[in-house]
Design a protein around this ligand. Structure first.
Ligand code: URA
Length: 238
């Protein structure tokens, strides 16, 4: 790959902008020597305005999504990309959320530019359970765990019953819900169908990867190799 294309794919600018930046001396090697369009040292040795380049594809990051941010690139309001370096929204291949969280839901969100990995994580057969913590408006009545686990629960305007889900009671109005799938507003609609209302919803784990305590709302970081493995190692966090 040529230097211009590499930088444009990483979102540092359009090809034209990147050409201009290279000519202006913004791109150097790790010894500070200016690079030209025809140079291509190893990725780790390239600097943009003195800083190492972002990692190439495949990129996998975790974001502690706050409420009020939409999992979309072009919503008029606040979007998850506002919480990342600006160039991340311009990468090619595109960086996408691994299954969406509603605007009103917070918690662990993975993002990747690796389509195969994305499908592996969201596919119900992969075994990557999604774990949610829900605070409810009304006390649990006692029938919810059986209803959610039945494999026969139908949500309004859907033609297929939900896969069995697990409900763990954490308090009178508090529960953990473990899902194998990710339908639109699923947890909220499940509680609505059970006659309740979700006041606060947070995703606390994906597979065996729990939302790290030290990742504050709005913060993101790359996954370690162990965390990536944990995504497919359901059981540890649950
Ligand atoms: N269920 C919901 O209702 N909302 C989410 O964001 C995720 C699961």
């Amino acid at each position: 790959m040529k230097l211009v294309k590499l930088l444009a794919n990483l979102g540092y600018g359009s090809r034209k902008e990147v050409q201009r930046l290279i000519r202006a001396g913004a791109v150097t090697d790790d010894a500070g020597r200016r690079l030209g369009e025809k140079d291509l040292p190893p990725h780790a040795a390239i600097r943009f305005r003195g800083e190492p380049l972002d990692v190439p594809s495949p990129l996998l990051i975790m974001l502690h999504k706050p409420c009020d941010y939409t999992c979309s690139a072009d919503d008029p309001g606040a979007v998850i990309y506002d919480l990342l370096p600006e160039r991340f929204a311009l990468r090619n291949p595109a960086l996408s959320p691994v299954g969406r969280l509603d605007k009103d839901t917070s918690g662990l969100l993975l993002m990747t530019d690796d389509g195969q990995l994305l499908h592996r994580i969201i596919h119900p057969k992969s075994g990557c359970l999604k774990v949610y913590h829900a605070v409810l408006d009304r006390p649990l009545e006692g029938h919810e765990a059986e209803l959610f686990g039945s494999g026969e629960m139908m949500l309004r305007s859907e033609g297929k019953p939900l896969l069995p889900a697990k409900l763990e009671v954490l308090g009178e109005k508090e529960a953990r819900v473990i899902l194998h799938e990710g339908r639109y507003h699923q947890v909220r609609r499940m509680f609505a169908a059970a006659g309740n209302h979700v006041l606060d919803l947070r995703r606390v784990a994906i597979g065996g990867l729990a939302l790290p305590d030290d990742l504050a709302e709005g913060e993101w970081r790359h996954l370690t190799a162990a965390e990536r493995d944990a995504v497919f190692n359901t059981g540890k966090s649950i």
